[in-house]
Design a protein around this ligand. Structure first.
Ligand code: AP5
Ligand code: MG
Length: 188
């Protein structure tokens, strides 16, 4: 199995690069942000709970996120592998994922971190706000998302770095530039 975590700060291009990657690799795509936004659109109890936090730029609690992950992984339609976007965002989430992969007799193939300076991230997200109108793409909420990222999510990168699994790529340049860098890693 090819199991990839696409990691990065808000606006680093996880969603954009996932779409490109899925054109060439048949993987089960798990985008935690997309799943939560679907729940919000359907006004499920989980969606309502998540919306209050997402609109403040805060992370949704681990126990809820882990339940979603377990369900989605069990429903996987392909056995080729998984592409994780926006998961894991805490150390607890990272450890659970490793356990679930081990249970399936597989493991993480790549942890790829998209590196983009904060100034560029802000520019991208404010620009996306005009196009997509995501409720968490306002200046105040973006700042809070960055704070959550620094405090709770960045340690996940160090965790996989210590295991020798973390690969950083430059996330600036055109979408095609970044896709090519990603492709170079997966070819090796
Ligand atoms: P999530 O939806 O994952 O949001 P995020 O991490 O803030 O990331 P984004 O989706 O904003 O950015 P992206 O990296 O996907 O970039 P994109 O490709 O869109 O999570 C939302 C919320 O849900 C969280 O804040 C949290 O509350 C909750 N949540 C989700 N997962 C959770 C978890 N595991 N635990 C707890 N809570 C969780 O690109 C951004 C923009 O830039 C786009 O407009 C794009 O077109 C543009 N762009 C992309 N690449 C380039 C490029 N190379 N050059 C110029 N522009 C570019
Ligand atoms: Mg995204």
């Amino acid at each position: 199995m090819l199991n990839i975590i696409l990691f990065g700060a808000p606006g680093s291009g996880k969603g954009t690069q996932s779409k490109i990657l899925l054109q060439n690799h048949q993987l089960e795509y798990i985008s935690m942000g997309d799943i939560l936004r679907q729940q919000i659109a359907q006004q499920t109890p989980l969606g309502l709970e998540a919306k209050a936090l997402i609109d403040k730029g805060q992370l949704v609690p681990d126990d809820l996120i882990i339940k979603i992950l377990e369900k989605r992984m069990a429903e996987a339609k392909t056995t080729n592998g998984f592409l994780f976007d926006g998961y894991p965002r805490t150390l607890a989430q990272a450890e659970i994922l490793e356990q679930l992969l081990t249970k399936m007799g597989t493991s993480l193939s790549y942890f790829i971190s998209l590196e983009v300076p904060e100034e560029e991230l802000t520019k991208r997200l404010l620009n996306r706000a005009k196009i997509e109108g995501r409720s968490d793409d306002t200046k105040e909420v973006i700042e809070q998302r960055f704070k959550e990222y620094e405090a709770k999510t960045k340690p996940v990168k160090d965790y996989f770095a210590q295991k020798g699994k973390m690969i950083q790529i430059v996330g600036t340049g055109t979408e095609a530039d970044v896709a090519e860098r990603l492709d170079n890693i997966l070819r090796k």
